[in-house]
Design a protein around this ligand. Structure first.
Ligand SMILES: Cc1cc2nc3c(=O)[nH]c(=O)nc-3n(C[C@H](O)[C@H](O)[C@H](O)COP(=O)(O)OP(=O)(O)OC[C@H]3O[C@@H](n4cnc5c(N)ncnc54)[C@H](O)[C@@H]3O)c2cc1C
Length: 439
């Protein structure tokens, strides 16, 4: 593999991508045409924070847009920001926070690009209040290999606007976008932390805290069994009313090298989960903390994905509709606990009923579970088929941004609008994920 070749965040599947870097918007049309001519098709690559193969080009030649990173326009009275698509959420926050604005929706990492946030229509801890990222996109510039440059918004080129939000990078290259920010009075979070004994308590807490707080998410002990299945720690919070407006400092702490084997095993998993669960209070405790540890705890250690060793890892993220959520989550967590594998950081979150403008968006009303597994061939032959059956029978679905194994028939059942996206797909763009699930 060449030193500069790129992989997705899970480093699985191991298909190194040859980057073709674009620094200037003016150069994009020529580069796109040239890549399509030479390699058949390509795919935009943001910051590679997708876990599986949705950010890998079918041709293994990607158009790397991370250096398309200029701010274009800002209206700080109304909180509207226009930037090139390679700007990261971290860059946006560094500029916006001191001026009293935050992202309306943010995922669990700020190290993703604006283009990547739109293409996966990412969601965060406030889905029950503000829906997905795409709801806060006012317009964007889309480059298509045949039609050239198009302006897309809810009023112009509406079909392409909807198909591009959550469109997995297949409808064209997003060159720039205008987003609506959220006003804040402080960059500190007023949080409430409490541990719970099992899933029934999680759903009761979620009912109560989702009404009181803008943000909420739970960490789950995926190794717990029996009566304690689904025990965890619930973190809810709001931006504080005072406490200063400071963007967090960038961290230099990181995992310097990939160890020869995964550091995650059944022993370390049980020990960590037990200690973590016990150190949290039984009753709701108020806490004041900076926005970075609240929203982005994993960003504190750069390259943390290396701890899984050279084989990498897969994330499993599913969404179960509201009515089936408790029983299906119980079945999923029991299957995971009995498999003896899993991650320190299993995340459970309720999604609200606000619709996304995106054609193929993942979130919907229900509950989502996400956790990582060290890569092993048994995942695809034993554990994942068991989990997939539970998700399928509950009418749920998996998140393409995290996926490296979903069966084509499961994708097509869960995302019936896929044929409309295929009809709008730019023939110069294709991904390994799309080829895998649609053919
Ligand atoms: C620690 C961690 C936590 C996460 N938490 C969450 C979470 O809470 N919620 C959530 O929804 N996701 C979450 N994610 C997933 C992540 O937010 C998404 O995968 C995101 O899309 C990655 O963006 P990226 O810039 O790295 O893009 P990439 O991963 O490089 O690409 C993602 C997709 O965007 C397309 N794309 C990128 N740029 C453009 C462009 N300019 N034009 C057209 N298409 C483009 C690519 O073709 C690809 O299909 C998390 C990931 C990590 C590593």
């Amino acid at each position: 593999m060449s030193a500069s070749a790129l992989l997705s965040w899970g480093q699985h599947p191991p298909h190194p991508q040859i980057p073709h870097t674009c620094h200037w918007r003016d150069a994009l049309p020529g580069t796109l045409t040239e890549l399509a001519r030479t390699h058949g098709s390509t795919l935009a690559f943001g910051n590679g924070r997708s876990y599986g193969d949705s950010c890998l080009a079918t041709s293994d030649h990607v158009l790397s847009l991370r250096h398309l990173d200029r701010f274009i326009e800002a209206d700080w009275t109304r909180g509207r920001l226009t930037a090139e698509s390679g700007v990261t959420l971290e860059d946006i926050l560094a500029l916006a926070i001191p001026r009293g604005w935050f992202l309306s929706v943010t995922p669990g990492t700020q190290l993703i690009t604006l283009g990547g946030a739109i293409a996966n229509d990412v969601h965060g801890k406030n889905h029950h209040v503000r829906g997905t990222f795409g709801r806060h996109v006012r317009r964007f510039g889309l480059l298509r290999s045949q039609e050239g440059r198009l302006l897309c918004s809810p009023d112009e080129n509406q079909q392409l606007f909807a198909a591009t939000i959550g469109g997995l990078g297949l409808t064209g290259i997003i060159e720039w976008a205008e987003i609506q920010l959220l006003p804040i009075r402080s960059s500190q979070i007023h949080a409430s932390v409490t541990r719970f004994e099992g899933l029934t308590e999680f759903f009761a807490l979620s009912d109560e805290l989702d009404r009181r707080y803008e943000y909420g998410v739970a960490w789950i002990d995926c190794a717990a069994t029996g009566r304690t299945t689904g025990r965890g720690v619930y973190m809810a919070g709001d931006f504080a009313a005072e406490g200063g407006l400071q963007a967090a400092r960038r961290t230099n702490l990181g995992v310097p090298v990939t160890p020869p084997i995964s550091l995650i095993n059944s022993l370390s998993l049980h020990a960590f989960n037990e200690v973590y669960w016990r150190k949290h209070p039984r009753s709701q405790q108020p806490r004041r903390l900076g926005y970075a540890p609240f929203f982005y705890p994993l960003d504190g250690v750069r390259n943390w994905n290396r701890i899984y060793g050279p084989k990498g890892f897969q994330q499993y993220q599913c969404l179960i509709p509201r009515d089936q959520a408790e029983s299906a989550m119980h079945a999923l967590l029991s299957a995971i606990a009995s498999s003896g594998t899993g991650s320190f950081l299993a995340v459970l979150k309720r999604c609200g009923d606000l619709e996304s403008p995106g054609l193929l968006s993942f979130p919907a009303q229900g509950t989502t579970l996400a956790l990582d597994f060290p890569q092993s061939s048994r995942l695809d032959t034993e554990l994942f088929p068991r989990l997939d059956t539970i998700v399928r029978e509950a009418g749920g679905r998996l998140y393409p941004a995290k996926d490296a194994h979903m069966l084509g028939e499961d994708f097509r059942r869960a995302y019936p609008a896929w044929e409309r996206l295929e009809a709008l797909r730019d023939p110069a763009l294709n991904s390994r994920f799309w080829t895998r699930v649609t053919t």
